[in-house]
Design a protein around this ligand. Structure first.
Ligand code: FAD
Length: 387
């Protein structure tokens, strides 16, 4: 939909398209039915170097900018595949890159870049605290040269398919810090060593195939050398990576919107009723056209956010607003697609119902629409903080 000449990542998109063609609807349908992990697809992306796109060349990555990563994930989704199985491998490492010691970077980044070390799990959300992150209850208490971790996380995606987890835990009780954002710390947990030694993982069956889990810590030991950055300043480390995450998830939603729209257009032209294609009826055309317009607006804002991010400028407004508008556009396109397909929108073999379930997530995760509106109200428009 964007002219190739204007797109600096046209070549990457073309290569990703070719890779995705090896993983058609049947592949995802079969996995969806048994809630399986797309190992072959993730391996293919890893081998092609896409998951190490953002890692600097000195650590074995491709050293590309966020806009290249966005082009990769958008294309994955526009081709009917799903990046959720592995997108975190692209951006969680940003915390190590930005806040890790030189020794930690050497220890982890080359392995993450080549895929021999999977950093796919991000342990922030907890069942009781939810969006109220600073109220999290998981504690990490220093004992000699290690920390003892106790607590629970929920919705830790890909926990069963990751070697490492980036964990946010409280190291100083909330009532002993001046600000509730202080006293939280980030750790790299070696899940291979911890599994069965204080770490338990329990998968959650969800409406789509997402490999998300509950994770329990019972006196799990983490060596103090795995603390990332400064103890008590971990919330900042997590916040730093959020704009990148939002812009990338927004790109996936834009890809979804493009997939739905292309499906809707094709079907509306070939389905003939009452002697003409259904797409000739404006009642069918308009919802598809409207969702397309929404997608283009979101795409422009996300593009602006990517440019600012790559220039090192603040991009919170574009990242948050772009993420919300992209998720809304994908959902509008999904809704139009089901409606255009009539009964066939509900049939598994068309893939529409699967993508419909998958795309719904992004109005809730990684941040829900209301929280983005709060961000705009408070930080962009200067209205009073509501929570
Ligand atoms: C499939 C899936 C995968 C996920 N993967 C991960 C992961 O890998 N790692 C991780 O850490 N987390 C993950 N999450 C968690 C996700 O980030 C949270 O679900 C999301 O941030 C919302 O938090 P919550 O579910 O606790 O909802 P809650 O915080 O309980 O909120 C419930 C509803 O209330 C609204 N609400 C809450 N407070 C306010 C307010 N002050 N004003 C207005 N509305 C409000 C919210 O917008 C939401 O709609 C995942 C979630 C899902 C479903």
């Amino acid at each position: 939909m964007q002219p190739a000449a204007a797109d600096p990542h046209a070549e990457i998109r073309e290569e990703v398209r070719k890779l995705c063609a090896r993983f058609p609807g049947e592949y995802w349908r079969e996995l969806d039915a048994r809630r399986g992990y797309p190992t072959e697809f993730v391996n293919a992306l890893t081998e092609a170097g896409y998951l190490g796109a953002l890692i600097p060349e000195e650590f074995g990555g491709a050293g590309l900018g966020l806009s290249a990563a966005s082009a990769i994930l958008e294309t994955v989704h526009a081709e009917g595949c799903n990046g959720a199985a592995c997108h975190a491998q692209m951006y969680i490492m940003g915390t190590i890159l930005k806040h890790g010691s030189p020794e930690q970077k050497q220890r982890y980044l080359p392995g993450i870049a080549e895929g021999s070390l999977r950093l796919q799990a991000f342990g922030v959300t907890e069942p009781t605290s939810g969006t109220d992150t600073t109220a999290l209850r998981t504690t990490a208490v220093r004992q000699g040269d290690k920390y003892i971790v106790n607590g629970q996380k929920i919705w830790t995606s890909r926990a069963e398919h990751s070697d490492l987890m980036l964990l946010l835990a409280r190291t100083t009780p909330k009532d002993q810090v001046a600000k509730k954002t202080e006293g939280l710390s980030t750790f790299i947990v070696d899940m291979r060593a911890a599994l069965g030694n204080g770490l338990t993982i329990r998968p959650i069956r969800t409406m789509m195939n997402h490999n998300s889990c509950e994770v329990f810590f019972d006196n799990m030991e983490v060596p103090d050398e795995n603390l990332i950055g400064v103890e008590g300043k971990g919330f900042r480390n997590i916040l730093d990576g959020m704009n990148a995450e939002r812009l990338l998830i927004a790109s996936e939603s834009i890809g979804d919107a493009k997939w739905f729209t292309q499906k809707s257009v094709a079907y509306s032209k070939e389905r003939v009723l009452f002697g003409r294609p259904i797409g000739q009826n404006q009642g069918v055309q308009f919802p598809i056209a409207k969702a397309y317009a929404q997608m283009r607006a979101a795409e422009a804002l996300v593009q602006k956010g990517l440019e600012k991010f790559e220039a090192g400028l603040p991009c919170g407004e574009e990242a948050n607003t772009g993420k919300m508008l992209a998720a809304d556009a994908a959902w509008a396109a999904a809704e139009a697609c089901v409606q255009t397909h009539g009964g066939f929108g509900f049939a598994e073999e068309y893939d529409v119902e699967r993508k419909f379930r998958e795309t719904r997530l992004y109005q809730v995760a990684p941040i829900s629409t209301n929280l983005i509106l709060s961000y705009i109200g408070e930080h962009v428009l200067g209205m009073p903080r509501s929570y």
